[in-house]
Ligand binder design. Structure first.
Ligand SMILES: Nc1nc2c(ncn2[C@@H]2O[C@H](COP(=O)(O)OP(=O)(O)OP(=O)(O)O)[C@@H](O)[C@H]2O)c(=O)[nH]1
Length: 360
């Protein structure tokens, strides 16, 4: 019998299904932080990342520490609904680049139901031949989990289908809060291991090759989830799933029980002090309904963009990358919350721009 040739060996290797890790978790729980921990490792270049965000303006890819190549973005809404077609298209692309990657990580939006995303990997024998769902990792926020579980169906669903749960941000929670979180988690998902951490600091050995995934498990979970509140309404009236979902490609996406996103993109320079004061006021008056804010800002006399983030009332800001010479320096901001008052947000944000000197 002749020795297998190098080319046949490598083509056989390329037919080993690519393992896929799904990272889910509620808005601001720390999914991108976890991803960045993984991507800054020396062996990370062979990880392909698929990202999807809740909100019309793309900000998340700016927060990922990785060259553009190897990041596949899906826009237009929530990965768990109509974007599944986009996911299949990205998977087709990745199939043609099989030799470049050893693993795929998908980061869902904080408002995603991960079950339909996971089910994509069992939807056809063609997908199953090339891709293998390795596991679902759910990142939770040790400070805000009880509230997220009380207010949204998605937070619960993300825990239900987890193979591994990271209890992140333990630095912000006391012992009693951590015990209460563990109790809540165990009530929903008694089986998945729970790993406490900060900033998603967990070794890849704990995250990868974790599950022998079985689609039957997903069917059981899907039945327990009422899809009704998870509607995306659209001004175009486009129905992605006539029975259960309507989907949006409009700037405002309505999600679980009135949770929506509102994005702004404005030229000009941002007055950070004014923005800070305005956001402080917003938090005071509407903090209960504002879940998440993210922004990339253009500050006066500054070469770097400023990255702003808030999860409920926990606010963080820092300088990011340098603006590219040919790049439009826009102030991009995404608000995610319940019953957002778009006009108030639009006017307030605009008023924080550095105002042109008025003549006379
Ligand atoms: N104190 C503290 N802050 C954290 C920790 N992990 C993440 N953060 C901060 O929490 C905010 C949200 O973190 P992300 O990693 O962007 O969260 P995410 O889940 O990707 O957010 P979305 O994609 O908007 O759902 C950022 O300001 C992080 O710096 C942690 O362990 N402790």
């Amino acid at each position: 019998m002749s020795e297998p040739s190098l080319s046949s060996a490598s083509s056989a290797e390329h037919h080993i299904p690519l393992p896929v890790t799904l990272i889910t978790g509620f808005l601001g729980a720390g999914k991108t932080s976890l991803l960045n921990k993984l991507l800054t490792r020396s062996d990370a270049s062979r990880i392909a990342v698929i990202q999807n965000e809740f909100g019309e303006i793309s900000i998340d890819h700016e927060l990922v520490l990785r060259e553009e190549d190897g990041i596949f973005e899906m826009k237009n809404g929530c990965l768990c609904c109509a974007v599944r077609d986009d996911l299949i298209r990205v998977l087709e692309t990745l199939k043609t680049r099989r030799q470049d990657f050893d693993r795929i990580i998908i980061e869902t939006t904080g408002m995603a139901d991960p079950v339909p995303v996971a089910q994509t990997f069992f939807s056809s024998i063609y997908i199953q031949r090339d891709f293998r769902l390795d596991g679902i990792i759910t990142v939770t926020d040790a400070l805000h989990l009880p509230r997220q579980l009380a207010e949204t169906a998605e937070a619960r669903q993300q825990l239900l289908c987890a193979d591994l749960i990271l209890l992140n941000k333990t630095d912000l929670a006391g012992d009693a809060q951590i015990s209460e979180n563990l109790r809540l988690i165990r009530e929903i998902n008694p089986e998945a291991p729970v790993v406490p951490c900060t900033q998603g600091n967990v070794s890849p050995e704990q995250l990868f090759n974790i599950s022998v995934f079985h689609p039957d498990r997903l069917h059981g979970i899907e039945d327990s989830f009422d899809h009704q509140p998870h509607a995306h309404e659209t001004s175009e009236g486009h129905e992605a799933h006539p029975k259960k979902h309507t989907h949006t490609h409009a700037p405002e996406a309505v999600h679980s029980a009135g949770v929506s996103s509102f994005s702004l993109s404005l030229p000009g320079e941002m007055d950070l002090e004014r923005l800070d004061a305005w956001l402080g006021m917003l938090q005071m008056l509407h903090g209960g309904t504002l879940y998440r804010m993210k922004g990339i800002l253009n500050l006066p006399d500054e070469d770097r963009c400023f990255i702003f983030q808030a999860v409920f009332s926990v606010i963080q800001g820092d300088f990011g990358r340098r603006w590219k010479p040919d790049e439009a320096r826009l102030n991009r901001f995404v608000f995610i919350g319940r019953n957002l008052n778009k006009q108030l947000l639009d006017e307030g944000f605009r008023a924080c721009l550095v105002q042109p000197e008025t003549a006379g």
